[in-house]
Ligand binder design. Structure first.
Ligand code: 26M
Length: 806
């Protein structure tokens, strides 16, 4: 790569030349956006050769590649991570400084690429970074939405959604590849043509044809010369004859196809456009894989030696049927051979146990939109039932078959049509086997496995937290920058007061940076020496932001009504978007905002407590919040959070976790030990006992605990202004509807756990040691290790031996 040989002088010359070429302007007169565009163009053209080589090497070496199909990708900004991975970051930062430019001002010009809702989309992007950084042959396949996840504003404390036009000023990183376009068929009907020799050929009659045009983005590996491809598809009107006569409505329908990302992060609403999106990127992706494969001198029968397809949640589950369709109808393969290949090629990850999120489509909708795909799914279902009949009992077959009660069950299709089903943390994978997918586990025990999630530690530590990174370099050397487990070297300094001091200073600098940001965004001046207590994740009842609020109100009343004075000052920081149609979640936002206002306007408490609910939580905002966090709130009801990944990011940045034994929190506890995390609340088995015995009575906790009663009453007794309806709604959810997520049950344990946090913080020596141990043990959650496990156990792909650039 020409990249690492780039020195400051050479860079400056290239940069200034390009600025003149592109804009005919001097650096003094250039706008930040012109500088951003110039730098981006230079970056892209500098990895272009590696991108081409990566691609042609995979081909030349006939390497097996994985294609990660995901309806969401959430990379955030890309400029700084590209610079880091190319090995350019320090050089460019210094060169620009010489020219009087701050790199951070330049990178802020880039809009976040927010083509995802939350955990699932961000995980896909962390995986793209790690796959490239491990030199693994892997590509992403998704949708190029015109509008990203909505922008969130608060008006009178209410969430308001605004469109996110992320492409308005163009996108530097993508390359449109017209020549790789494919056609995707919708609607119409299937005629089975019988040929003279008796073979039957299905013909898709009267289809609506949509042209799928790919936009490719380079995924730059960390200093290894690998640049993989993220391929996102856009829908266009085909230029063919008949389309000239398309009605306005038909044209609109095609443009709408890739227009918006659905903003629900768990509720399946079964909308027709969503189903169209799913088939669109599945068909385009699978067609382009097979088209490319056919350019190789290889037999179709050996396809599984060259291609792995990963189904990220059920949204791309139609990969199974589309792959079958192409092998059967286009390649004229026998059913048995095609099916054999399909199961070997496909693998599936489940991301949630919440039943509302399990996708089911009505037979009617799927059949009318995809007549041929529906036929194939029917045949997969028929053969499944036939194969299982007489082998297992009838009820089990009825519960696991793909089509039943007029619905097509997408998870069933994904499991039956693949060789691997994995959960995303140990507990989650166990629950899949014993509860959620137990029936399938009985049928296919060997297909089930765990792959605990991971995070791109380069982004979440090296990029987001330079202050801590510098301390690490000085203390343990630089190897942690590419071998995350080397963070463990920090354990040698767990008692070292000088290192503690440096960690404290780094944290303080990050807290000051966040405080300045908060002042600028909200006008609120927060106490920089308070505990920064952070809960950042989608707003959902099961994640229990409400429990956090009950604790805040408890502190409030202790100060106001019980005369407590010696509490450790705390700033409670929230970042969360609610799905626009999720009424209850929006009520929680409103109430948190009103409580925040009440506290802020009350001088008796405002120097001890404050709530900052930052608008428009995003990847870039997370990069400012996480390094400044002292406390990480991971308080979902045990069994509900499949893994969580903000828990890993916060731990990596030295925050102490207060958590239930849910998702990956359990593995974080195992990593740091009981003394370095605060655990509270019901366990998963206690939750399931309540379900079995149906003996939870929320009201009895309300009655028995005076502090809890005071807090819950405040939602309806006028204590908090402007929440008449929302307060009532929340009050009722707890008492009238018996508190679905056991908030009142876990309240007392949570308040006590918070006291433990406070006590630990007041002993800074102890706190800094805890914090250090968290950083030191976060290496195991690097997505580099996670994707290597996927590569070995599931995809069976290999990296070429590493040639790491210094
Ligand atoms: C469904 C239908 C319509 C529109 C959107 C959806 C949908 C979108 C995203 C449903 C679910 C979606 O994501 C679920 C998700 O983000 N799950 C989270 O995945 C993370 C990565 O594995 C885990 O860490 C989280 O625990 C899990 O909640």
């Amino acid at each position: 790569m020409g990249v690492t040989t780039m020195n400051k002088t050479a860079f400056k010359k290239k940069f200034l030349d390009l600025l003149t070429e592109k804009f005919a302007i001097s650096v003094e007169d250039a706008s930040l956006f012109e500088i951003y565009t110039t730098l981006g163009t230079l970056i892209r053209s500098s990895y272009a050769k590696d991108w081409r080589h990566t691609w042609s090497n995979y081909d030349h070496e006939q390497q097996k590649q994985v294609y990660y199909f995901s309806i969401e990708f959430l990379p955030g900004r890309m400029m700084k991570s590209n610079l880091l991975n190319m090995g350019w970051l320090d050089t460019v930062q210094a060169a620009l400084a010489d020219l009087g430019i701050q790199l951070d001002d330049v990178v802020a010009q880039e809009p976040d690429m927010a083509l995802g809702n939350g955990g699932l989309g961000r995980l896909a992007s962390c995986f793209m970074d790690s796959i490239a950084s491990e030199g693994l042959p892997g590509n992403g396949n998704g949708i190029r939405y015109k509008y990203g996840l909505f922008k969130q504003k608060f008006i009178d404390g209410y969430q308001v959604e605004l469109p996110n036009e992320w492409l308005a000023r163009g996108n530097l990183w993508e390359v449109r590849r017209e020549s790789k376009s494919v056609d995707v068929y919708f609607n119409g009907y299937v005629r089975l043509n019988k040929l003279d020799d008796g073979t039957i050929v299905p013909v898709h009659e009267d289809p609506t044809i949509v042209r799928a045009v790919p936009y490719d983005t380079g995924m730059v590996g960390f200093r290894n010369g690998t640049v993989n491809t993220l391929r996102l598809w856009d829908a266009e009107i085909p230029l063919s004859e008949e389309s000239l006569y398309r009605s306005i409505e038909q044209r609109r329908a095609i443009q709408d196809l890739t227009s918006v990302l659905y903003p629900d992060d768990s509720n399946e609403e079964g909308r027709r456009l969503r189903l169209m999106q799913e088939y669109f990127f599945v068909s385009a992706g699978v067609q382009s894989i097979l088209r490319h494969f056919k350019t190789k001198q290889q037999k179709m029968q050996n396809l599984d030696e060259f291609v792995a397809i990963h189904i990220n949640d059920t949204h791309p589950a139609m990969c199974v049927a589309e792959f079958m369709r192409l092998l059967l109808d286009e390649e004229k393969m026998s059913w048995e051979r095609a099916w054999n290949l399909t199961v070997k090629v496909m693998s599936y990850t489940n991301h949630t146990i919440m039943s509302e999120a399990l996708e089911k489509w009505s037979v009617e909708m799927l059949q009318s939109m995809q007549p041929r795909i529906y036929q194939i799914i029917e045949e997969i279902d028929r053969r499944f039932v036939e194969e299982m009949t007489g082998v297992v009992d009838w009820e089990l077959i009825q519960r696991t078959r793909i089509i039943s009660d007029g619905l097509v069950h997408m998870a069933h299709l994904a499991i039956i049509g693949s060789h691997s089903t994995n959960g995303v943390a140990k507990l989650h994978s166990d629950l899949l086997k014993t509860v959620v997918l137990h029936d399938f586990y009985r049928l296919y025990p060997d297909r089930f496995n765990n792959k605990t999630n991971g995070i791109a530690e380069r982004r979440w530590l090296q990029l987001a937290n330079p202050s801590l990174s510098t301390v690490l370099d000085k203390t343990i050397g630089q190897t942690w920058r590419y071998e995350a487990n080397d963070l463990h070297l920090l354990m040698n300094y767990s008692e070292d007061k000088a290192v503690h001091k440096q960690l404290q200073q780094a944290k303080q600098a990050n807290k000051e940076r966040l405080a300045a940001f908060i002042l600028q965004e909200t006008g609120v001046r927060i106490n920089e020496h308070a505990i920064f207590d952070v809960q950042i994740k989608r707003l959902h009842a099961y994640k229990r932001q409400l429990l956090n609020l009950l604790h805040i109100l408890t502190l409030y009343f202790e100060i106001k009504e019980e005369g407590f004075t010696d509490i450790q000052p705390r700033v409670f920081i929230f970042g969360a978007k609610a799905a626009p149609s999720y009424h209850y979640a929006k009520s929680i936002i409103k109430v948190i905002n009103e409580v925040g206002k009440m506290i802020q306007e009350d001088p008796e408490v405002s120097d001890k407590l404050s709530i900052v609910f930052l608008e428009d939580y995003s990847v870039s905002l997370a990069e400012v919040i996480i390094p400044a966090a002292d406390v990480s709130e991971q308080i979902s009801l045990a069994s509900k959070e499949a893994s969580g990944t903000s828990n890993m990011k916060l731990m990596l940045n030295g925050a102490i976790t207060i958590a239930t034994l849910d998702g990956a929190n359990i593995e974080i506890r195992d990593a740091v030990g009981d003394e370095n995390i605060v655990i509270f609340g019901l366990t998963e088995s206690q939750v399931y006992d309540y379900y079995e015995q149906a003996n939870y009575h929320a009201y009895s906790y309300y009655e028995a605990l005076p502090k809890l009663k005071r807090v819950v009453d405040s939602f309806v007794d006028g204590t908090i202004a402007n929440i008449y309806q929302e307060g009532k709604e929340i009050f009722d959810s707890l008492l009238t509807y018996n508190d679905e997520f056991f908030v009142l049950r876990d309240y007392e344990a949570y308040v006590n756990a918070q006291k433990e946090i406070e006590k630990a913080y007041q002993n800074q020596e102890r706190w800094l040691k805890m914090s250090l141990i968290n950083v030191a043990n976060a290496g195991r959650f690097s997505a580099d290790y996670t994707v290597m496990k996927y590569a070995e156990d599931i995809w069976q792909i290999e990296a070429k031996p590493k040639s790491r650039k210094a």
